[in-house]
Design a protein around this ligand. Sequence first.
Ligand code: NAD
Length: 345
Amino acid sequence: MPETTRYIDLPAMRRLIDKVGVVEAIRGIRDNLREDFGRWHDFEKSPRTANHSDVGVIELMPVSDDEHFSFKYVNGHPKNIEEGLMTVMAFGALSETKTGWPLLLSEMTILTALRTAATSVLAAELVARKDCKTMAMIGNGAQSEFQVLGFHHLLGIEEIHIFDTDPKATDKLMRNLGKQINLIPHSSTASAVKGVDIITTCTADKKLAVIVEDAMVETGMHINAIGGDCPGKTELDGKILQRSKVFVEFAPQSRVEGEIQHQAADFPVTELWEVIADERNGRESQEQITVFDSVGFGLEDFSGLRYVYQQAIELGIGEDLDLMPVIGDVKDLFGFMQPVPARNR
Ligand code: NAD
């Protein structure tokens, strides 16, 4: 019976990732994702709940199987950067399903970037052409390095063309990874995406943006669209979807939040698990355009939290919290409170 809750705060997560390495963490989470998406029907799933305001959204993302339950609290506030705060920040927990005991309470801002990169890599492994060597990275903010590292090391992408409307973001990406990976800065999306094998869009603006126009998309491309993840927040010209094969995480959530939110309610999509389980085809030809319309789904956080919990225990990282009561007489919570220890008065 567990008696404590492992707590991974930001410094502990940094220590953990420092020990494991960013690429190995993305690889480990990608492996968990493949396993968890591969047993899709074991999970109780629901679209996340989202509380919207004019400037952003705060979301809760639960999922469970017979052994574990997880949830993530995550926000999306593009204008936060003007206040010196990040657009996306998160924390979450992993619990035992049979008792409800929280095994892990963790920061998830870093973990979200890792699991999003791992999911993008998994989707591209499943449906992009096998001979992809080049990518465009549109939006060079907080998620971008994780995407670039994942695609370079796990998919063999050799050349990455980068663009952001904020040149400082592109300079930051160059500074962080430009010495180890072949990054080529551009002054427009049109120039960055020209002739590449994969386009990753990872921009943040709470509006119906058209970051990638139909005319920019060539046959055989794979589009990894991450930034359109909320009602009223998209990145792709709808015409692209009409001539592509579209893959999603969990259709009931993606139809509300994803690029497909403006398509008909029965617009054909394939869920990633169906490709993993061999129930439906992935890419059907070298010429086909594939789109991963990613919004971020609770099962990805489950896979990520499962990874962090295992690593934290194995590496002895984090602190054990007395978060839940373990008391002699489980009906005497009042008695457990008396007397209050002197140091807490
Ligand atoms: P961020 O604010 O750190 O970076 C976003 C970048 O996009 C900024 O540098 C901004 O200048 C740039 N940008 C905005 N409009 C642009 C345009 N028209 N062309 C080019 N660049 C543009 O945000 P982040 O944490 O990197 O997140 C990026 C997006 O990804 C957000 O919309 C977020 O909600 C989404 N996200 C999705 C998932 C998922 O699972 N699908 C996970 C995490 C984040």
